[in-house]
Design a protein around this ligand. Sequence first.
Ligand SMILES: *Cc1c(COP(=O)(O)O)cnc(C)c1O
Length: 363
Amino acid sequence: MERFLSFERAHIASMSGYTPGEQPSDARVIKLNTNENPYPPSPAVAEALKQFDARVLRKYPEPSSRDLRRSIAARLGIEDREVLLTNGGDELLRLVFTTFCEPGSWILSTAPTYSLYPVLAELQACQWKSLPLEQGYSLPGGLAGEAARLQASLVLIVNPHAPTGCLFTLGELSKLAARVPGVLLIDEAYVDFVDPDNGYNSLKLIAQHPNVLILRTFSKGYSLAGLRLGFGLGRASLIEPMATKVRDSFNLDALAQSIGLAAWEDELYAKETTGAVRQGRSRLTQGLRDLGFQLPDSQTNFVYARPPGDFSALAMYESLKSAGILVRYFEDGNDRLRISVGTEDENQGLLKVCEQILTSDAR
Ligand SMILES: *Cc1c(COP(=O)(O)O)cnc(C)c1O
């Protein structure tokens, strides 16, 4: 009976979709599970909201997010047509799949990786393959060769990497770009948290390689996950087909354009809050290591940690949850927790509860 009631295309009916991280309604929960920025958005955002004239909403918004696009291009030293504003970074990912990936073609990434990617590949009826990171969380040695062999239409690399938090070098990415036959998408959702001493600047890759697309977002570094605002950077030959043919004409509403501009132009505030997150990150890393957790140095606003001894990550996740602290547990066989960097109080609270759990339940 059931199948007569379903109007879904067969391959949509057979897939399960993406499961976003929990958003608990209890405000007392210490929420360290979805990598939101623990600090509020810039005061310029609150001011732009207050000043926003509701009458503007009568009309359709400027279709190309012109002012914000110009401001981003000007600061980054690239052309306006090399920037595409999207409804969250996730919309950019959708546009990339629809524009560059023939159904049936191969999509490659690392394992682990951002778990939305294989879902988007399935939606586009593409073939999916992920290669495990090497020891020390470096790029899979065989990735470029496999991309060439399978004529991959798209290779997706999160950098700094999620969920490990590690940063791949520009040299490695440049070598990969030269051998990938299709598009190389570098997902820089967490780039605002990279230590400035690293001198990491992937815009050079756009100048060198016609197939490199970069994803950025206001969700993490600019504390605006609730606004849904992201952007893509790349040569006009990559940006323009998405901008002129594939995206919705009015993909960004007037409010997002106006608030986004206020946030972007308060560069100093974003630098202060991302700097505070970096400081919290190093104290959290040290605190967890002092308790016996194993974790690599992170260049993001989260850490990827294994509990000490044979204490399982799942048991730790559950004990933290009953104590009102939410972190992310991955069922990927690596037995790790992904813990977002919170405010100093939240981080210290987490460390204290971890210590209690480990001492009360020493197994
Ligand atoms: C957060 C995130 C994004 C984009 O998120 P949006 O909120 O849609 O901008 C993209 N990739 C990764 C790996 C992320 O963590």
